[in-house]
Ligand binder design. Sequence first.
Ligand SMILES: CC(C)(COP(=O)(O)OP(=O)(O)OC[C@H]1O[C@@H](n2cnc3c(N)ncnc32)[C@H](O)[C@@H]1OP(=O)(O)O)[C@@H](O)C(=O)NCCC(=O)NCCS
Length: 182
Amino acid sequence: MSAPVTLVTERLTLRPPSLGDVDAIVREVSDDRIARWTTSISHPYPPGAIDDFLAMVEDDRAAGDGWTFAMIERSSDVVGMVRLDRTDLDDTGEIGYWVAIDRWGRGYATEASRRILTYGFDDLGFRRVRTYIMPANEPSRRVLTKLGFVPDGHGPVEAPARGGPVAMDFLLLERRAWMDHA
Ligand SMILES: CC(C)(COP(=O)(O)OP(=O)(O)OC[C@H]1O[C@@H](n2cnc3c(N)ncnc32)[C@H](O)[C@@H]1OP(=O)(O)O)[C@@H](O)C(=O)NCCC(=O)NCCS
């Protein structure tokens, strides 16, 4: 079992998403400028999907399989989401995130990811964290590069919300590179 965790950065509080966040989350993920870059957020956003999402977050956290954090600006709404999952590979995590469109370009994805990666390497004991991006997703590639991720091949990834497998670039961050980079 894994207890809920709150992480703090310079500008953000990262805490599990809750029912009070539903309106802000649904408003953002209903916008195709966010959904289209993800494998799991359907567009249009289906009725009831937010309930499934919140239940999955809680189940994964309790099982120690995944840690999802809402990014909260000081005393404000949700301005994004960042997630670290345990993969079926030994000691390997997988990161994902989105940021509210009117907050893009302020460094929030980088700031929140940096904190969740520290949590993953220091507290969860991951030895590496991987992720994948659509080749055209330059903002996300830039975030990952700033964090020290390096290219690690490419290939199709199952993307139910995009209607099937999608070509992706893979990126990897080894703990040693993270320690050198941090
Ligand atoms: C990707 C995303 C999370 C980035 O969030 P963000 O808070 O704006 O990210 P940051 O501000 O930390 O960094 C963005 C970087 O991309 C750069 N950037 C933005 N648009 C760019 C473009 N078209 N080409 C290249 N770089 C770009 C920014 O200049 C910044 O880099 P810099 O700090 O060197 O100037 C946000 O765009 C988003 O939610 N996109 C939709 C969902 C998504 O793609 N999720 C990730 C799926 S893999």
